[in-house]
Design a protein around this ligand. Structure first.
Ligand code: F3S
Length: 282
């Protein structure tokens, strides 16, 4: 009979799981309303489940008049937390500890007089939060090309959005080094993304079929599906267990499963038991 194996690293990361846990606990412990500021995770099913558990969704502090506000794992600019407190809201800061490290590094570099460069995607909520912790004194650079036309001081400090690749950080640093007299790089990349990709590739190389669970519009899930497809042509990207088709598993000995960053463990388990069920009957 078939073996079902979930990739060693799959689904929501430590920081997102921690934020989900903090939000649920807050709703259990408090009578007053609990809201997240923006969706805690880019997964409509989870947002709905949270609503059933008493965790509402709001887009701005203006929509919340009492109770608790949960700050997402991405973090926010310090002003948002101050505003929430000034409005008498109780703040549950679920900023990922790894994102907090970026905040601290950015703020230290600015205080030590370095011109700050953030390697990351301009406009992304995490990057906005980092800019805020650097008191707005930062240049956001997505690739080495973005360095063209920047006027930089002699001492430059670099931090990185947690989900960037090491290759992109290296490219920016290599382009910067000749332009400055001192360069301080704090590598704040979080391993979660690359670990998931590596684990998916390794499982796909052994599996007869790969199931990739996650939003069809989730960039990181699609990336996982592409990576799996290279090693395992029978790769299927599904959003939930209902999309599974029993015939896919005919003759498969090893069934591999991985999931994007917006897929909680409970959803992965649901898919695993659906496949167990299907393959047991065949
Ligand atoms: Fe997740 Fe925190 Fe890394 S939110 S991707 S564990 S920085």
């Amino acid at each position: 009979s078939a073996t079902i194996r979930v990739a060693e690293h799959a689904g929501a990361c430590y920081g997102v799981n921690r934020a989900l846990e903090l939000a649920r606990r807050c709703a259990l412990e408090h009578e007053e309303p609990v809201h997240t500021l923006g969706p805690l995770i880019h997964n409509p099913i989870v947002v709905e489940e949270l609503a059933e558990q008493g965790v509402g969704l709001s887009q701005s502090l203006d929509e919340i008049d009492r109770g608790s506000v949960i700050i997402r794992s991405h973090g926010v600019v310090p002003q948002v937390i101050e505003d929430a407190q000034a409005r008498g809201l109780s703040v549950v800061d679920a900023t990922c500890p790894y994102v907090k490290k970026v905040h601290k590094a950015a703020s230290n570099l600015v205080h030590e007089g370095y011109d700050l460069i953030i390697v990351g995607e301009s406009g992304h909520p995490e990057v906005e939060g980092i800019v805020g912790h650097a008191e707005g004194k930062a240049h956001v650079v997505a690739s080495p090309q973005d360095l063209d036309g920047l006027t930089l001081g002699k001492r430059v400090g670099v931090v990185v959005q947690t989900t960037q690749t090491a290759a992109n950080l290296s490219a920016v640093v290599a382009a910067l080094a000749p332009l400055v007299s001192e360069l301080r790089v704090v590598n704040t990349i979080c391993a979660a993304t690359s670990e998931r990709q590596r684990a998916a590739a390794s499982l796909a190389s052994e599996a007869d079929i790969m199931i990739v669970v996650g939003g069809k519009n989730s960039g990181n899930t699609r990336r996982l599906a592409q990576i799996c497809h290279v090693a395992c042509p029978k790769t299927h990207h599904i959003e939930d267990a209902a999309e599974l088709d029993r015939s896919w598993f005919d003759g498969a000995r090893l069934i591999g499963i991985t999931a994007g960053a917006s897929t909680p463990q409970a959803h992965i388990e649901r898919v695993v038991s659906a496949i167990e069920h299907m393959t047991a009957q065949s």
